[in-house]
Ligand binder design. Structure first.
Ligand SMILES: [Zn+2]
Length: 117
């Protein structure tokens, strides 16, 4: 396990990206934060510390959006210490016809429809 926190983004484990997808279990997993816990910046850039807690700018924004009300009320924000995941995804490969008569394939990650008959 890397020397990293899990990304604290509240929706990180629901994003359908290929690097979050674990095919064998059909789940989407939250990412690790971008930087190691003990990363020491070479420059005095103030924002670096945040990247020990988040994988991306989008996750930082979502965290602020979701938690500022709690902070304002003085309620502690839970720290994510276990990897979160969302179940029920599958990878679909689609074959397309190319302009030159050949074919190419694209992959997409899709939610499995549990209600299908
Ligand atoms: Zn994230």
């Amino acid at each position: 396990m890397p020397n990293k926190h899990f990304c604290q983004g509240p929706e990180c484990h629901t994003r359908e990206t290929s690097d979050r997808f674990l095919k064998s279990k059909g789940i989407i997993r939250g990412r690790y934060a971008r930087l190691n816990r003990d990363y020491e910046p070479q420059h005095n850039w103030g924002y670096v510390n945040m990247d020990k807690y988040f994988c991306s700018q989008g996750c930082k924004n979502e965290w602020l959006n979701e938690n500022m009300t709690l902070i304002e009320m003085g309620i502690p924000v839970p720290f994510i210490r276990e990897r979160r995941f969302t179940e029920g995804y599958k990878k679909t490969t689609t074959t397309h016809e190319g302009w030159n008569g050949g074919t190419y394939k694209t992959n997409s990650i899709e939610r499995v429809d549990n209600n299908a008959e």
